[in-house]
Write a protein that binds this ligand. Structure first.
Ligand code: GDP
Ligand code: MG
Length: 373
């Protein structure tokens, strides 16, 4: 039995189990999880990995009693929320181009002039007024890293496939990750502006993988697009909204905010800056938030155009200033009523991390002594 706490890193877990970190990472990869050495793992991942090495896990969670549960919602509190979309696919098939095209073309006139920042996520409004949020870190590494940390933020996955190419290894991986995560997929068959594009060949290849698109009588939505000219992109977004409608995505905007950290860093002039996705409730300037082991009062919030916001509701990505440290991508955040509450939990989480690293250090030392003897 392995006694661990949440937030343990792949490296620490490896030394606790007395195996090399490479073995742990290799095991993660064989399970479809991509982790780096110092990446912290979530409970589910720890359990699965430990099991692979023949260990049972016992979680120590001293902050359980003081940690307030998320407020419960009654049905009448729930309101429709925008879908959150991740774009995945093989390298050079056009993920970045598609994200850029959508961001450029969907900035409305009154918002123009603002300098677009790369904050890891953005949201747009379609021509008929519907909102869609995009995670702006294409590629399934980010997707799997988030999921390995237990973060579930993607509602719909767009799988980009270049029509002048074929289904490639990373296309298959992306499809596999979406399927494992139970996230519905829409195929965006890209580069149809190219003379050698052959979208039908791609659909045939999909069919050979048992993924029948609608044109072929199947259940998967697909759309021929050009991320270069914008052809088909509006139709693609409509299909995202259709998928979202089927999913009946809802959240209660009238409670303290909860959500997930997308990225965070230290900015020389502004202190710790975190891009977060609000998933339920409404985050307001002045709120006390806790993200991973860091807490603070929200000093200011910005959208991806650098526009100041005073509040952000469900499915809204925002950049937040005011945390006392940089949480990791995939950490959850929560707003607390009092600073004392947030501080206590932050302290206990930090202490857990410290104890953890002390324990693993001791372990390494004993281990090394053993080897020398
Ligand atoms: P990513 O690796 O999936 O992010 O792919 P990129 O967006 O970087 O695109 C790879 C290359 O394909 C770039 O040179 C793009 O300009 C080009 N490209 C992407 N989409 C299209 C498209 O719809 N039509 C054409 N002709 N080129 C495209
Ligand atoms: Mg790219």
């Amino acid at each position: 039995v392995l006694k661990v706490t949440e937030f343990i890193s792949a490296n620490d877990l490896a030394s606790l189990m007395d195996v090399s970190v490479n073995q742990v990472i290799a095991t993660c990869m064989s399970l479809g999880m991509f982790v780096s050495i110092n990446q912290r793992l979530d409970a589910e991942a720890i359990t699965i990995i430990a099991d692979e090495f023949g260990y049972e896990v016992e979680f120590a969670k001293p902050d359980e009693e003081i940690e307030a549960a998320e407020e419960e919602d009654s049905v009448e509190d729930l309101q429709d929320r925008a879908p959150i979309v991740t774009i995945m696919g093989h390298v050079d098939h056009g993920k970045t181009s598609l994200l850029d095209y959508i961001r450029r073309s969907k900035v409305t006139a009154d918002e123009a002039g603002g300098i677009t920042q790369h904050i890891g996520a953005y949201d747009v409004r379609t021509s008929d007024g519907h909102k869609i949020a995009f995670l702006d870190t294409p590629g399934h590494e980010a997707f799997t890293a988030m999921r390995a940390r237990g973060a579930k933020i993607t509602d719909v996955a767009i799988i980009v496939i270049a029509a002048d190419d074929s289904i490639m290894p990373q296309t298959k991986e992306a499809i596999n990750h979406a399927q494992v995560a139970g996230v519905p997929m829409i195929f965006a068959i890209n580069k149809v502006d190219k003379p050698n594009a052959n979208p039908e060949k791609i659909k045939e290849e999909l069919a050979n993988m048992n993924l029948l698109v609608e044109d072929w009588g199947g259940k998967y939505q697909s759309q021929d697009i050009s991320a270069k000219t914008g052809l088909g992109v509006d139709e693609l977004l409509e299909k995202v909204l259709l998928e979202a409608e089927i999913l009946e995505l809802k959240a209660n905007p009238n409670k303290r905010a909860v959500g997930t950290v997308i990225e965070a860093s230290l900015d020389k002039g502004r202190g710790y800056v975190a891009t977060i996705m609000v998933q339920a409730g409404t985050l307001k300037v002045g709120d006390i938030m806790l993200a991973g082991p860091h807490y603070g009062r929200v000093k200011a919030m910005f959208d991806h155009k650098g526009k100041k916001l005073s509040e952000a509701g469900p499915s809204t990505p925002v950049q937040v200033l005011g945390l006392g440290g940089a949480p990791q991508a995939g950490d959850t955040f929560k707003v607390y009523e009092t600073e004392r509450e947030a501080r206590e939990i932050a302290n206990s989480r930090e202490q857990l991390l410290r104890e953890q690293s002390m324990r693993t250090k001791k372990h390494i030392t004993l281990d090394e002594i053993g080897r020398r003897l």
